[in-house]
Ligand binder design. Structure first.
Ligand SMILES: [Fe+2]
Ligand SMILES: [Fe+2]
Length: 292
């Protein structure tokens, strides 16, 4: 099943991929968000909700074990582009959609705000760099991939879908849910087998992890690889697959999540003032060029 098998509406159900993140923010509002804002978050009459619903319908239907294997086989060849890391960020920033440019921050601004919030809290430099690169895998969109195969909450494939995943009812259309190899609690996995042995639904998290896995410290790799795995880092729904090491490392995933969700400020960071600082961080940890 390749992108060509999907209609234009099925490839891009959202007006912009930020709509998914806005929806996550509605599901997990900041603890001290003003009460009124929380009420607005729960406004299910919001027409934006229908597009998000449709996005999850497609995501839950098509992200099967076989789909993930196919995407890994294709994208993990890294035969599309070779770029310097900063160039890859600029490439990512060519991702424009029909959202309102006056209120939406572009990709680079989201990454800089995330990283700057981590920096302001005095965290180590590799943590700051993690904030800066964590969504670089969204370049998948620029290779024509459907939005639901780039963003969206990720979840294990090859075992039963948790009802803690948003819109769980849509999994009934996923062929894996009727396949007895995949529809039991453990499916193809074993108790405590460790997440390194578990295949996640395909998206920007796993893709970037595979690009940087030899270069960043382990806590950073967990943050990159599992930052969209909300049903675990927020809901603990797959604890039976984690080993003790995963459990320890998920403290980092949880530490990262608020920077991703709550660092949005209407004042955009000034790229020209920050570029040399981030270029130095990139040079310290990452290779000259990365293959996408
Ligand atoms: Fe992300
Ligand atoms: Fe993000």
């Amino acid at each position: 099943m390749n992108a060509a098998s999907f209609t234009k509406e099925e490839i891009n159900p959202l007006h912009s991929i930020e709509q998914w993140e806005d929806d996550v923010l509605e599901r997990y509002p900041e603890a001290d968000a003003p009460a009124k804002a929380k009420e607005e978050f729960r406004n299910y009459d919001n027409p934006g909700r229908d597009t998000v619903r449709e996005f999850y319908r497609l995501n839950h239907q098509y992200q099967t074990y076989d789909f993930v294997m196919e995407k890994r086989k294709d994208f993990l060849q890294f035969n599309r582009k070779k770029l310097k890391v900063w160039e890859a960020m600029e490439f990512l920033n060519t991702l424009v959609d029909d959202s309102d440019p006056d209120i939406e921050l572009d990709q680079l601004q989201h990454l800089l705000q995330t990283a700057e919030a981590i920096r302001a809290d005095g965290h180590p430099d590799w943590f700051i760099l993690t904030g800066f690169i964590h969504d670089m895998g969204k370049v998948l969109c620029l290779f024509g991939e459907p939005q639901w195969a780039v963003v969206g909450d990720t979840f294990p494939v090859g075992c039963a879908h948790s009802d803690k995943i948003v819109y769980p009812e849509f999994f009934s259309a996923n062929p894996d849910s009727k396949d007895e190899r995949y529809n039991t609690k453990y499916g193809v996995y074993e108790h405590g087998c460790g997440l390194d042995n578990v295949h996640m639904s395909w998206g920007h998290d796993e893709y970037l992890y595979q690009i940087v896995k030899d270069y960043m410290p382990e806590p950073s790799l967990y943050m990159i690889r599992y930052h969209s795995f909300y049903s675990q880092h927020r809901e603990n729904a797959y604890d039976h697959l984690l080993n003790d090491h995963d459990r320890k490392m998920f403290d980092w995933v949880r530490k990262f999540n608020p920077y991703d969700l709550y660092s949005k400020s209407p004042k955009p960071p000034v790229v020209s003032e920050l570029k040399s600082y981030y270029e130095d961080l990139i040079a310290k940890y990452l290779p000259e060029e990365v293959c996408l």
